[in-house]
Design a protein around this ligand. Structure first.
Ligand SMILES: O=C(O)C[C@@H](Cc1ccccc1)C(=O)SCC(=O)c1ccccc1
Ligand SMILES: [Zn+2]
Length: 171
């Protein structure tokens, strides 16, 4: 089912998510809910913490069209190699709605993760997939893409969302 997204300034987003110890039916259900929520948003990635569950699992689908979806579920993902070359990409975040900024990250990465079938795989990526997997693994470590921006820009975003949160509370 589609689950509500955690939005800044919710401090949950700063938690360090726990490794998945065993692939249970709950984990499989969570992966399904994450994919549904991600496609509904829409997004190209989602970390479990963004629907409030602090476990190290992310979903991604960078396939362009609706027809042939390529959903990926990564359990306990980690970057094992990153290129020297870096690339700037305009990033967004489902937990920081309507805010997009340029972020510079390694252009290519190799990452290792466990699949829902319990096998450990290693994969190399460039382009959007490389940017996305780095963005998602950051979520598992409580890091948001605004942390890479200048203090000035970051404070501007936080002020905007704090005001919105206060308005909601006040309403
Ligand atoms: O908050 C998230 O993790 C999802 C985020 C992931 C991401 C965005 C940009 C660069 C790397 C990773 C998003 O998916 S934001 C929405 C978005 O970028 C997008 C949505 C629909 C089609 C294409 C992109
Ligand atoms: Zn995000």
């Amino acid at each position: 089912s589609i689950r509500p997204l955690v939005i800044i300034p919710d401090s949950k987003l700063r938690l360090i998510s726990e490794p998945v110890k065993e692939i249970t039916s709950e984990i499989r259900q969570l992966a399904e809910d994450m994919l549904e929520t991600m496609y509904d948003a829409p997004g190209v990635g989602l970390a479990a913490i963004q629907i409030g569950v602090p476990v190290r699992m992310v979903t991604m689908d960078v396939s362009k069209s609706e027809e042939e979806r390529q959903p990926m579920v990564l359990i306990n993902p980690e970057i094992v190699w990153a290129s020297e070359e870096r690339r700037v990409y305009e990033e967004g975040c489902l937990s920081i709605p309507e805010y997009y900024e340029e972020v510079e990250r390694p252009d290519r990465v190799r990452f290792r993760y466990m699949t829902l079938q319990g096998e450990t795989v290693e994969q190399e990526a460039d382009g959007l997939l490389a940017t996305c997997v780095q963005h998602e693994i950051d979520h598992l470590n409580g890091v948001l893409f605004i942390d890479y921006l200048s203090k000035l820009k970051r404070d501007r975003v936080l002020t905007k969302f704090r005001k919105a949160a206060r308005r909601e509370a006040g309403a």
